[in-house]
Design a protein. Structure first.
Length: 304
């Protein structure tokens, strides 16, 4: 076994046993030698090397491996078009955020990316600028507005902004099990790159806990709570697609988000407005309080 293939010796394991294990790993790695696609070959060999290193590091028992298989089987059984337990697993293990970090390197003042999560849906309804994306979802109204520009400050007209969020009960529309579409929409920036809409003031919520990932979090003593946030996906021709959220300054969960999604630059001031405070578009909210937040979005060039 070449040194870069072998994870090293494990204390308490005889040299003969180490050699047997290393020899098996070598044979498995060699089985990928004829892979036509070089990238595929690299990925498979690396995945196998790290998987074997993990097994040998913890000296996994056969009973524990069966438990692992049962766990992954349960994750698969729960996954369908509306429930993505594998995404949840990736999110809670920090794998999603690590992939975001690898693929969305910092670029000048471009807005930082964060995890997409399992609740983005294609084909959201379109709203006009200043429209209400809540479609009746429960929550305090929140006026969200800002601009979309490139890093040189150039306004980006016609940028597509997808937004989605949980209601104040902590649920996305798709979690209700009926066909409602609420608290999600898309809109386009105007000629000056400006956008605005009414949403809901974000509140904290737990990620779905009724499946194997929830049980895993409970077993290890971790909280399922996500810091309060509002999701964005922004696309404009010639620019890197941005998937991100904004978070609420002052939220006590900012430092212990269950999917490691918080970045300081994405924490925004949601300004609480007393009932009766005039709204930006003249909407009459009666006796309701509301909030407002500004989020200026800066896109990195495509391929950066
Ligand atoms: C979300 O923010 O929608 C989310 C992200 C990761 C896991 C679960 C939910
Ligand atoms: Fe969310």
């Amino acid at each position: 076994m070449s040194p870069e293939n072998d994870p090293g010796t494990t204390s308490g394991v005889s040299p003969e046993q180490q050699a047997r294990e290393a020899e098996l790993l070598d044979r498995v790695l060699a089985s990928f030698d004829a892979t036509p696609d070089a990238r595929m070959k690299q990925i498979m060999r690396s995945a196998v090397r790290h998987l074997h290193a993990f097994l040998r590091d913890v000296r996994l028992s056969e009973q524990e491996w069966k438990q692992g298989i049962d766990f992954l089987t349960a994750v698969g059984h729960l996954t369908d078009e509306r429930r993505q337990e594998f995404v949840l697993l990736s999110d809670t293990l920090g794998v999603s955020m690590q992939t975001v970090a690898i693929n969305n390197g910092a670029y000048a003042e471009a807005t930082e990316a964060t995890v997409v999560g399992p609740f983005f849906m294609q084909d959201s309804p379109e709203v006009e600028l200043g429209g209400d994306i809540s479609f009746g979802a429960a929550g305090e109204p929140c006026w969200v507005g800002g601009t979309v520009t490139g890093v040189d400050g150039t306004a980006l007209p016609g940028a597509r902004i997808e937004v989605w969020q949980a209601d104040d009960q902590g649920f996305y529309d798709v979690q209700y099990g009926d066909d409602r579409v609420a608290a999600r929409a898309h809109l386009f920036t105007d000629e000056q790159g400006r956008y605005a809409f009414w949403g809901i003031t974000p509140t904290p919520y737990p990620i779905p806990q009724d499946g194997p990932v929830g049980r895993m979090l409970e077993t290890v003593g971790r909280s399922p709570m996500r810091a309060s946030h509002l999701h964005f996906m922004v696309t404009a021709a010639g620019f890197r697609r941005l998937v991100t959220h904004i978070f609420v300054r002052g939220d006590e969960l900012l430092g212990r988000d269950s999917v490691f999604g918080v970045k300081e630059s994405l924490v925004k001031d949601f300004l609480e407005q007393a009932a009766g405070t005039p709204t930006p578009d003249g909407r009459d909210l009666g006796a309701r309080t509301w909030s407002r937040v500004r989020f200026d979005i800066v896109l990195a060039p495509a391929g950066s």
